[in-house]
Ligand binder design. Structure first.
Ligand code: G1P
Length: 297
């Protein structure tokens, strides 16, 4: 028997994309900093990591992404200003944003794809299992999605990725898995063994309707596969293609996560997340609900 799998302590956030789908909003600010109600998108995924026991986050950035670093850094002038005014609650809020996690940054110099962005973090991750979170996806549910995947990895020693069923007309926007029920029964029907993955197939050719949502927990061997991955869909080095090789060589689980996933990298998904988080807001949620109800459509 091999040793017990290592605990997952590190997460990689690929955040070097140009955010073209949100132009002109993203001309001079990173997509990851667009707010859902009052928090930038990326902060939701950082909070998911903190709630999942992750200690280190490596953000793979690119040109024009400095606002992300500033956001998770201290802001002594702002904090002092708020404390001098007696606004302790907001001062604490500003101080706590990046306090629970250690952040490192590295740059993807060439936009060669998501798989390449993950590979850029190789030296910083080292020989350890790690999580990958796509910062424009928000997972909301009783248990953090990353924690659920870490549990599967830490118990089985095999990587796990989050999936969820999508309507047929959205299949072409996602990585899609071909999977069969897992022999491990602990997770019931929710855990599947991946046989294959395809990046953004046409609906007619897709092996299922289970889409890759943007949460992954992977062993370090994925880096060797990404090194060998050739450009695929869209001429980019796709993470999905690296995962395909990993699944063949040492296996990979698909976990149908509980809770709701918002693809806020898409304008409609962004609006849905905004409305739903606004409705849940303790300060003005009820008022907002009344406002929506009174609207004439
Ligand atoms: C990426 C991945 C895709 C995944 C999706 C989830 O695509 O390549 O496999 O299903 O994220 O949002 P992107 O949305 O960056 O085009």
């Amino acid at each position: 028997m091999t040793d017990k799998p290592k605990r997952v302590r590190t997460a990689v956030f690929p955040a070097a994309g140009l955010g073209t789908r949100f132009l002109p909003a993203t001309k001079a600010q990173p997509k990851e900093m667009l707010p859902i109600v009052d928090k930038p998108l990326i902060q939701y995924a950082v909070e998911e990591c903190a709630a999942s026991g992750i200690e280190n986050i490596i953000i793979v950035t690119g040109r024009g992404k400095n606002a992300i670093e500033d956001h998770f850094d201290q802001a002594p002038e702002l904090e002092r200003f708020l404390r001098d005014k007696g606004d302790t609650a907001r001062a604490d809020l500003v101080r706590d944003i990046g306090a629970k996690i250690h952040f490192s940054y590295t740059r993807q110099r060439d936009p060669l794809g998501l798989g390449h962005a993950v590979l850029v973090a190789r030296e910083l991750v080292g020989d350890e299992p790690f999580a990958v979170l796509l910062g424009d996806v928000i997972c909301d549910g009783p248990k953090p999605a990353t924690r659920a995947l870490c549990d599967v990895y830490e118990e089985t020693g095999i990587g796990a990725i989050a999936v969820e069923p999508v309507p047929r007309e959205l299949i072409h926007l996602y990585g899609i898995v071909d999977a069969r029920p897992a022999t491990e029964r602990k997770w019931g029907e929710r855990l599947r063994q991946i046989l294959d993955l395809v990046e953004k197939p046409d609906a007619e050719k897709a092996p299922s309707n289970l889409s890759v949502t943007g949460r992954y927990v992977l062993p370090p061997e994925i880096f060797d596969h990404l090194e060998k991955t050739k450009p695929g869909r869209g001429g980019e080095i796709q993470l999905t293609d690296g995962l395909r090789a990993l699944a063949r060589e040492q296996g990979l689980w698909a976990l149908i996560t509980e809770g709701k996933t918002y693809d806020a990298g898409d304008k409609l998904g962004f609006l849905k997340a905004t409305v739903e988080f606004a409705l849940k807001n303790p300060e003005f949620g009820d008022e907002f609900r009344a406002y929506l109800k009174a609207m004439e459509f």
